[in-house]
Design a protein around this ligand. Structure first.
Ligand SMILES: Nc1nc2c(ncn2[C@@H]2O[C@H](COP(=O)(O)OP(=O)(O)OP(=O)(O)O)[C@@H](O)[C@H]2O)c(=O)[nH]1
Ligand SMILES: [Mg+2]
Length: 281
């Protein structure tokens, strides 16, 4: 049987659902998702395969055209460098109107000359007339090969989109074994899942200033045990993460462990410690 294999870069504003789409497309949670903007901080690769097609998706940080912060600029750069050597761009917009920020991204990716498919996400929250109006607006840009509405969260029209993406994949041997779903370092994945839970449960800016370090990593067929240290700046931050009677930290640890076990397919033992960074004098 012929094999088709290619790389697809997922681009869009922060929070439009890029990572949710990636997880849904490959049927595995490998890219973290929260309600906060700029959750994704690196390029994350997820792999979809069937007998004939392999699609290597690259999830990217949301591109932010407004903030001039250097951290934001470096996230934009991470996203834009993912456009090299790819076969298709998936440009995700969400239920809002076509925004100036979307126009800015379109301008930023101008040097990319390959095909680009626009995806309107979160249609589960849209009335059909506003969806049709947005569809029309995006189509009128005349830069997209197709415009496809989906709900990444509810899994609506994902298969249709995958089938469409397959049309752009060149005839090439698979780059990964057919059962590979991701190409990320497992230690990175563990740290990312903990960062996600910190973002979700603490409602604070803590995750942006803390470091997450792996102090111990034991992984054999029989045993998977990890010790993590979260470094924070102040005692107040430590208290927020630990919570009343340690309940918050327990919840963070439990939810992280369940997600990691699901993705890596192995029961694990997870210890998390919080330490306050020593100030330099
Ligand atoms: N209602 C609805 N919510 C969605 C859908 N897709 C994603 N979301 C929500 O939108 C929020 C952002 O999702 P993410 O997948 O993290 O978005 P992202 O584009 O990867 O965000 P960044 O990594 O910050 O750029 C989360 O709260 C998701 O649950 C959808 O189809 N419908
Ligand atoms: Mg993301």
């Amino acid at each position: 049987m012929k094999q088709y294999c290619g790389k697809v870069c997922i681009i869009g504003r922060p929070n439009v659902g890029k990572s949710t789409f990636l997880n849904q497309a490959i049927g595995e949670k490998i890219s973290i998702v929260t309600h906060k903007a700029q959750t994704t901080r690196r390029q994350i690769k997820g792999i979809y395969s069937n007998e004939s097609h392999q699609i290597i998706f690259i999830d990217t940080p949301g591109i932010n055209s407004i903030s001039a912060k250097s951290q934001v600029r470096s996230l934009n750069k991470i996203a834009l460098t993912a456009l090299i050597d790819i076969d298709l761009v998936i440009f995700i917009v969400d239920r809002d109107r076509w925004l100036p920020e979307d126009e800015w991204i379109l301008e930023a990716i101008k040097t990319y000359q390959g095909p680009c498919v626009a995806v309107i996400n979160k249609i589960d929250q849209m009335k059909s007339d506003s969806m049709l109006a947005l569809l029309e607006t995006v189509r009128d840009k005349q830069v997209f090969q197709a415009v496809m509405p989906i709900s990444a969260l509810k899994g609506q029209h994902i298969q249709l989109l995958l089938d469409h993406i397959k049309l752009y994949m060149p005839e090439k041997p698979f780059m990964y074994p057919i059962d590979s779903k991701y190409d990320i370092n497992e230690q990175f994945l563990v740290k990312e899942v903990i960062r996600e839970k910190l973002l979700i449960f603490t409602h604070e800016e803590i995750p942006f200033i803390s470091n997450i370090n792996i102090e111990e990593w034991i992984k054999t067929d029989k045993r998977f045990s990890v010790s993590i240290v979260i470094h924070v700046n102040t005692i107040g931050q430590k208290k927020i993460i630990i919570g009343h009677n340690g309940q918050q930290l327990k919840r963070i640890g439990r939810q992280a462990r369940l997600d990691i076990e699901q993705t890596l397919g192995q029961k694990m033992h997870l210890n998390i410690w919080i330490k306050i960074k020593k100030r330099r004098v």
